[in-house]
Design a protein around this ligand. Structure first.
Ligand SMILES: *Cc1c(COP(=O)(O)O)cnc(C)c1O
Length: 448
């Protein structure tokens, strides 16, 4: 069997296997890796997923991309170990559901991707006797998920850059209280500044000897695990009908996982792509004109404050287009096909708060701001397009991660999950850096 290969969205002719794409993160031409072909899973097999547990479904979905690079029994045990928590699906009304992707150790959906990626990276590095520095930018939840996924691994140092004034206290503490091989850098700037610093470090030939690697949502090791829960949702709520899925989106990694699931054969009627006031994608879908928002707008769903989503390059590639790393459209994608598959909507902060209130008062279902953006998007779809059953809207974080907004809107304090209860008593380790590239560079050099 020959393994599936990955190409770069920026068009260089080079092809790499999963291991190489995982360990290098970004392609040398600054593009993002995409699978050269997308393996199909037949409908009959998808129907059988209803009797399978989450890690078993994960093996069927992710396995074909890894091929024989990892023996089956090793991959199975990695998946069992990574997905040892619940994935609850709650009915809200009729056949409209939310799926809670917040039961991992850092209480956001990013645990799904980070936990598998961390274990895969460790698997390869250990066998090869190599070490890397994982460098990642976060708008809040990636950093903690990645930090926890890599914490304590001997072959890895983790450096997380976060915007100093744009993460909540709990988000920050999940990154800063680990210590050890986890280094949290508070940047005087926005998420987009953090991301720009990280990208520049990856492109810097003077840092090549550091073996920098990315754990951002651009890494295929983060992307592919995010296709799994779409199959899981389908297997639990559909009896063979197509489903509608609403995805609260920022950097579009989550959505991209869903689009891959659809190309693999998952019967999806349509994706609702719900953004906050950073509406560059909904505007593009309406007008065909793509314009990054700089600087990004500050909304209460802070993990989605992204003015130029990096995974959009992959979405474009999937529809035959080319969006380069600067946000310029080099080749138009098939906009009609995109509109058939996706309904994009922007949700304001006011509407987000109103949704948290309504859903709680009507159904006693507690949503946090990101999940509320997804739910509001789904309701908009029902109003403007068609009522559809069955549906699922993704809840991407535990409400206790965003207590400030929920207390303000509902006067209710969200119950603290055990994973977060201990945070307040732990010591923080924070290093502040200015937004300048030189300060990051000298910090990284000092790690050696
Ligand atoms: C990261 C994040 C999102 C956005 O996901 P993308 O893959 O970046 O689109 C949504 N909600 C929460 C809670 C997040 O942490």
């Amino acid at each position: 069997m020959s393994n599936l290969m990955f190409y770069s969205t920026n068009g260089s002719p080079e092809r790499v296997d999963f291991r190489e794409a995982l360990l290098s993160g970004q392609a040398p031409d600054m593009g993002l890796y995409m699978p050269e072909e997308i393996p199909r899973i037949g409908t009959e097999e998808i129907v059988r997923f209803s009797k399978m547990r989450y890690p078993e479904i994960a093996y069927r979905v992710v396995g074909p991309y890894i091929g024989d690079l990892i023996p089956k029994e090793d991959l199975v045990s990695i998946l069992e170990d990574a997905y040892n928590f619940d994935v609850p699906i709650e009915r809200v009304f009729d056949r409209a559901h939310i799926m809670r992707l917040d039961r991992g150790p850092t209480c956001s959906f990013k645990d799904f991707a980070a936990r598998l990626m961390g274990r895969l990276v460790q698997y390869f590095l250990e066998r090869e006797g190599r070490s890397v520095i994982i460098l990642t930018a976060t708008s809040g939840d990636t950093g903690s998920a990645v930090a926890h996924a890599f914490y304590g691994l001997s072959n890895v140092q983790v450096v997380v850059l976060y915007p100093r004034d744009e993460v909540t206290e709990r988000q920050r503490k999940q990154m800063t209280t680990l210590g050890g091989n986890v280094h949290a850098l508070a940047v005087d700037g926005k998420f987009d500044d953090c991301q720009a610093l990280v990208k520049r470090a990856f492109a810097d030939p003077e840092l090549r000897d550091l073996n920098l690697s990315s754990a951002n949502s651009i890494n295929v090791g983060r992307l592919l695990p995010q296709a799994v829960y779409y199959f899981y949702a389908y297997s639990r709520i559909s009896e063979g009908e197509e489903i509608v899925i609403s995805v609260p989106s920022g950097n579009f990694g989550n959505l991209m996982g869903g689009l891959i699931a659809m190309r693999m054969g998952l019967p999806v009627r349509r994706f609702v792509v719900a953004t906050n006031e950073n509406d560059e994608f909904p505007v593009f879908m309406r007008t065909g004109i793509y314009k990054p928002i700089r600087p990004s707008r500050n909304c209460i769903s802070n993990a989605m404050n992204v003015g130029h989503p990096s995974n959009l390059a992959r979405v474009f590639a999937l529809y035959g287009g080319w969006l380069d790393e600067k946000g310029e459209v080099r080749r138009e994608p098939d906009l009609d096909a995109m509109r058939r598959d996706m309904f994009a909507v922007s949700v304001s902060d006011d509407e987000t708060r109103k949704t948290i209130k309504e859903v709680y008062e009507r159904y006693r279902v507690l949503l946090e701001p990101h999940g509320a953006v997804g739910w509001a998007g789904l309701m908009r779809y029902f109003e403007e397009v068609e009522r559809w059953e069955p549906t699922v809207s993704l809840e991407t974080a535990d409400p206790a991660k965003f207590p400030e907004e929920i207390i303000r809107v509902l006067g209710v304090t969200p119950p603290l999950p055990r994973a977060m209860a201990e945070l307040d008593s732990l010591e923080e380790h924070i290093k502040e850096i200015s937004g300048s590239y030189e300060s990051l560079k000298s910090y990284l050099r000092g790690l050696r």
